[in-house]
Structures are given as C-alpha cells and as structure tokens.
Design a protein around this ligand. Structure first.
Ligand code: 9D3
Length: 237
C-alpha cells in the first residue's frame, strides 16, 4: 500500500519512517510512505504556503493552490486530518488498510482553504477530542494504525489478540526475571499449562474491561465461558 502525506513540516515524519515496525514494513515492500512537502508546490518568490483568513481573525490558513498542485496526478482516497472529522477507530483503520493508495493532507494553523475540502477531500478524520497544534501527529497515527494491518507487517495472532479486534482490553504481561525482590510473576504463567494460562489471560482481559471500559462490554455477545468468568469477576471485585 502507498500512503502519501502532504505536509508543511516534512521533518516531523523522519523518525516515523525510519524506526521499528514502520521501517520494517517499508523495507519489506508492504508499505510505501511518500512525504510530500507542500512548499515544493508554491511558485511565488517567497514560497508562500499560508495566508491570513478572509473576513479577518487570528491565525493563518493553508493556501488552496499549492495543495491542489501537490494532489495533481495522485490516485486514491484523499483524507484531511481535522478536529471536525469523523473519529478514527479500528473499523475505519481496517477499511483503509485494504486501499491500494491513500493521501493524507496534514493540516496546520487554523486549517486549509475550504475549497480543497469541497473539491478533493473524501474523508475528514479526527483522532479524538483534544486540541493539538496540527494534523501531523494525526497523520502519523492514521498511517501507523493502517500499516500494522498490512500483510506480513506483524504476526497475524498479534492483532487478532488486540483489544478492539476481539473487543476486550489486554491482559497483563511479564518477562524475566520471575522475581524482582518481593515482586513476583503470577504462578500460573510459569506452570507451562497452556490451556490454564489461556483461561487466566481471558479472565484478566474480561476483568480489566469490566473495571476500566465497561462500555466495550455493552453490545458484546458472550460465550458460555465468558459469562461464567464475568459472574466470578463480579463476585471477586
Ligand atoms: C486554535 C484553533 N482552533 C480555533 C477554534 C481550531 C483548531 C484548528 C487546528 C484547533 C486545533 C487545530 C490543530 N489540530 C488538528 O489539526 C487536528 C486534530 C486535533 O487537534 N485533535 C484531534 N484530531 C485532530 S486531526 C487534526
């Protein structure tokens, strides 16, 4: 999959594309990330990419023409990061991950000229109800959540066990050493009894979800095993 990101601040993306899982996804050929500097599509003497808003008021607005020029010849869905957008969730990331090519316009300052949105943007996405300085981090968040779903990027069972995939929060994790002073690891995890370990993890997931995110349980279908565990949890806590 190819993800184009249009930005006025390409330097913010250098760490994103050069580390860890995203780096591996790019090197393996599953993912292509194309950072496009909007300023490369300005053609006046001072390379002006933003201007003051018509009608007055504070802040600056990204000019339409450089963005429209940068979009020329680009295929696929166009996304604009914006506080006015639909909220990103796992379902939306799953849907975007099957596209061949998408383009994310990272907004900055007060936003972009509305005519770009009217003419070129298919979808506006927000990552949540908090105020950031720009759309660069949201663009990375969107790209990251898509990238890990691409074939071969992470092990299949790794995301099948994700909360928001199975609808539950994760269970606790431990690694060596088994004892740090008087801090011990739950004995069951050292038992080698895979079936019991799986049951313990499932119950811990259910317990955390019940205590921390009861909203996630509201519209969920429970297996008989899960119903029994939930009854136990309600007695225990
Ligand atoms: C002070 C500016 N605000 C005036 C009402 C509006 C505003 C514009 C641009 C507030 C924040 C931003 C920058 N944020 C984003 O571009 C953004 C964002 C966010 O702030 N939170 C969650 N998701 C997103 S997606 C893009």
């Amino acid at each position: 999959m190819k993800i184009n990101i249009l930005t006025l601040f390409p330097g913010m993306f250098s760490g994103f594309t050069s580390e860890s899982i995203i780096k591996r996804a790019i090197n393996s050929g599953s993912l292509e990330i194309n950072i496009v500097d909007i300023r490369d599509y300005t053609f006046d003497k001072h390379n002006t990419a933003d201007d003051t808003p018509f009608g007055g008021g504070a802040g600056m607005v990204l000019k339409a023409e450089p963005i429209l020029k940068a979009l020329e010849g680009i295929d696929g869905k166009v996304i604009y990061t914006s506080p006015q957008g639909v909220r990103l969730n796992q379902k939306l990331s799953n849907e975007l991950s099957v596209e061949k090519e998408i383009t994310i316009i990272a907004g900055h300052y007060e936003g972009i000229d509305e005519r770009v949105i009217d003419e070129k943007v298919d979808l506006e996405i927000s990552i949540g109800d908090f105020v950031l300085t720009g759309g660069e981090l949201p663009a990375m968040v969107i790209a990251d959540s898509i990238a890990r779903l691409l074939p071969g990027v992470i092990k299949q069972d790794s995301y099948e066990q994700d909360s928001f995939y199975n609808g539950l929060l994760d269970h606790p994790h431990y690694t060596r050493p088994a004892k740090i002073g008087d801090l011990e690891v739950p004995e069951i995890l050292l038992s080698g009894h895979h079936k019991n370990i799986e049951l313990w993890r499932k119950k811990e997931s259910l317990k955390r979800t019940y205590l921390r995110r009861p909203d996630l349980l509201e519209n969920r279908e429970f297996t008989k095993e899960e119903k029994k565990m939930l009854d136990e949890i309600k007695k225990e806590v």
